[in-house]
Design a protein around this ligand. Structure first.
Ligand code: SF4
Length: 252
């Protein structure tokens, strides 16, 4: 009888579990800081981190914090002064206006922006509330849930996470926001923190934007990216039996 191997599609959640397991072997389990950051501090820090590196965004954050120890005071700050303080972080003109406007909206809309109050909201409701603020997108909102509120089912999608999930073929989406909407209900329970951080590390070190290191990739055999073989040359790792976890083999 003629035999054929069929690769059955698996759910997003199943595929993320496999990715999580491989990346855990590679990078370990990321550890949370013992004390979670304040939600408003985290929100402002996330806006500052856009389109810059970690060092410059941290410098901008410290400059801002030294002048405004309580970020709620930014609601009445002059954008020009904020711009001067965060200049080192890049696109300060735009970020300063966004930060002042977002904090002013928070002051009006939320009766307190403390962890205790925010945790009373269901995650999707909270993310909807936050994304109604001009200047806050899904990534920033889910960063607040994941990092400041300790919600391990939240899953921010940044440029690295978006790129890797699309190359792997787990989703087929054009923007990080669309990728977020496609995966947010499929994150394996309690694993948002681990998968998010390990995917970012993987996107920075292995599956980079310009020259992905497919030849040494632990996800090579489960990656759908058509161009992976170009970068793999002859160094592609041979998939051993227990690595082929996406594939359900069936004889027909
Ligand atoms: S095989 Fe290449 S494209 Fe696919 S996940 Fe690995 S590094 Fe990225």
């Amino acid at each position: 009888m003629h035999k054929r191997i069929i690769r059955k599609p698996k759910s997003i959640s199943n595929r993320l579990e496999v990715v999580a397991s491989r990346l855990r072997d590679l990078f370990g389990v990321p550890v949370r800081k013992r004390r979670l950051p304040d939600p408003l501090d985290l929100l402002v820090a996330t806006i500052l981190s856009q389109n810059t590196n970690d060092i410059n965004s941290h410098k901008a954050y410290l400059n801002l914090k030294s002048r405004y120890p309580d970020f709620m005071d930014l609601a009445v700050a002059r954008p020009r002064e904020v711009e001067r303080l965060i200049k080192v972080g890049g696109i300060a003109n735009k970020k300063s206006k966004t930060i002042v406007a977002v904090v002013a909206q928070i002051q009006k809309k939320f009766a307190g922006f403390e962890k205790r109050k925010l945790r009373r909201e269901n995650r999707d409701t909270l993310i909807d509330l936050l994304t109604e603020l001009n200047g806050v997108g899904y990534k920033t909102a889910s960063c607040v849930a994941l990092f400041a509120l300790g919600d391990d089912d939240a899953f921010p999608v940044d440029t690295h996470v978006h790129r890797v999930l699309n190359r792997l073929g787990i989703v087929c989406q054009k923007t990080p926001d669309k990728t977020y909407l496609a995966v947010r209900d499929s994150i394996p329970k309690g694993m948002g923190f681990e998968i998010h951080l390990n995917l970012i590390k993987f996107g920075r070190k292995v599956c980079t934007a310009q020259k992905p290191r497919c030849y040494e990739c632990v996800l090579f055999d489960v990656c759908d990216w058509k161009e992976k073989n170009l970068g793999a040359e002859k160094k592609a790792p041979v998939a051993d039996e227990d690595k082929i976890q996406f594939m359900l083999l069936e004889e027909v």
